[in-house]
Design a protein around this ligand. Structure first.
Ligand code: CTP
Ligand code: CA
Length: 224
């Protein structure tokens, strides 16, 4: 089949997109994870691809397939994700849609943990994972021109997301309300507010693919 020549406003631009949950091992058969499906990140990667961008798609173990036509880098843990993002630099933009596990288990076991008969569960020791969004936002000459983060919140969404944008040093934050009542987590729709330096703009509730196309369009304009 003839392949349509790539074209679009993002032609020649490279974007790194992180997506999905990360898995943090406890032992060879158990891990700590979260409810991210990776659907929003996959939709963003596909939308950027459709605008002509070269996309490095760094994904944790997601429950939706990676889009075609992007460079897929599959990882498991937060630290692997950070290393993969670093290896994919330089980039014109970075969109951190992954639900990175905040903590990893530092006393994870090489062999399956067994009940010892005492009735006492094992004590997991944890350490904070590297913050990939804050790290990339703070890069010097390698910093992508546009860094976009997400803020999944269950309450005081705009306040928390605005503070998060300042704390992490990214350009935009896509804030979304993931309180269970919204059904966002694992669903096909998203309700987002885009927070930029000049304020917060609430988008109507729409499909995750529509959110992705609108965000990709805004990114293309910002890089133009
Ligand atoms: N993020 C990241 N690396 C981490 C944690 C988060 O890159 N270790 C990114 C996410 O991909 C997202 C943004 O930071 O784009 C915000 O994630 P979120 O979990 O909402 O923020 P946290 O700083 O982890 O704060 P919280 O305590 O609310 O979870
Ligand atoms: Ca977090």
């Amino acid at each position: 089949f003839p392949v349509a020549p790539p074209k679009g406003p993002m032609l020649g631009k490279h974007v790194i997109v992180t997506s999905g949950p990360t898995h943090e091992p406890i032992d060879p058969v158990r891990y700590i994870a979260n409810r991210s499906s990776g659907a929003q990140g996959a939709a963003i990667a596909a939308a950027l691809r459709d605008l002509g961008a070269k996309v490095s798609f760094v994904t944790g173990p997601a429950s939706v397939p990676a889009p075609e036509g992007v460079d897929v880098i599959a990882v498991e843990t937060a630290r692997q994700m950070r290393d993969a993002v670093e290896a994919a630099l330089p980039a014109d933009a970075a969109v951190m849609a992954a639900a990175v596990a905040d903590w990893r288990v530092t006393n994870s076991a090489e062999r399956k943990m067994k009940k010892d008969g005492s009735g006492r569960p094992p004590a997991l020791e944890m350490a904070e994972n590297p913050d990939i969004l804050a790290w990339i936002s703070g890069l010097d000459w390698q910093r992508p021109k546009l860094v976009v983060g997400f803020a999944a919140e269950t309450h005081d969404v705009i306040d928390h997301a605005t503070a998060k944008r300042a704390r992490k040093g990214c350009d935009w934050i896509v804030a979304n309300d993931v309180s269970p009542a919204t059904g966002i987590m694992g669903g096909t729709e998203n309700a987002v507010t885009l927070i930029r330096a000049d304020g917060a703009r609430e988008w109507p509730r729409m499909g995750k693919d529509q959110v992705a196309r609108r965000l990709a369009q805004d990114i293309a304009e910002a890089l133009a």
